[in-house]
Design a protein around this ligand. Sequence first.
Ligand code: THU
Length: 137
Amino acid sequence: MTAVRAAAADVDWEKLRSVARDAMSRAYAPYSGYPVGVAALVDDGRIVSGCNVENASYGLGLCAECGLVSALQNSGGGRLTHFTCVDGKGDILVPCGRCRQLLHEFGGPDLLLETPAGILPLSEMLPQAFGPDHLTK
Ligand code: THU
């Protein structure tokens, strides 16, 4: 078994998806009509979640991942280890490019993402990522 498969097998993805769906049900997406919910496991066992929150000034809308990283930091910090994202039907969705960068900050390249193509490390969804290490080189 590969390291990714072993780490992925340890986790109750169905539970994580159900937390993401619950968050999605609280999305504020009157402009796009496209609610999104996300949930992630933290390295201390916590689960954090988020939903998208749009704005009449369209460009100011916040992706669900913005809420998730805010919830992470505001509930004690830590590292994200496993992440899932769902659309308005509750189906697995890939995080947008900007949000992959947000996830990289708090989960790094080994963060496992549930995607329509299976469980993948963030390093495969955001190759050659720019991150905090670049700033100290
Ligand atoms: N959206 C997210 O919340 N996360 C993503 O990773 C993809 C897109 C939201 C932004 C916007 O409110 C709606 O989905 C349509 O783009």
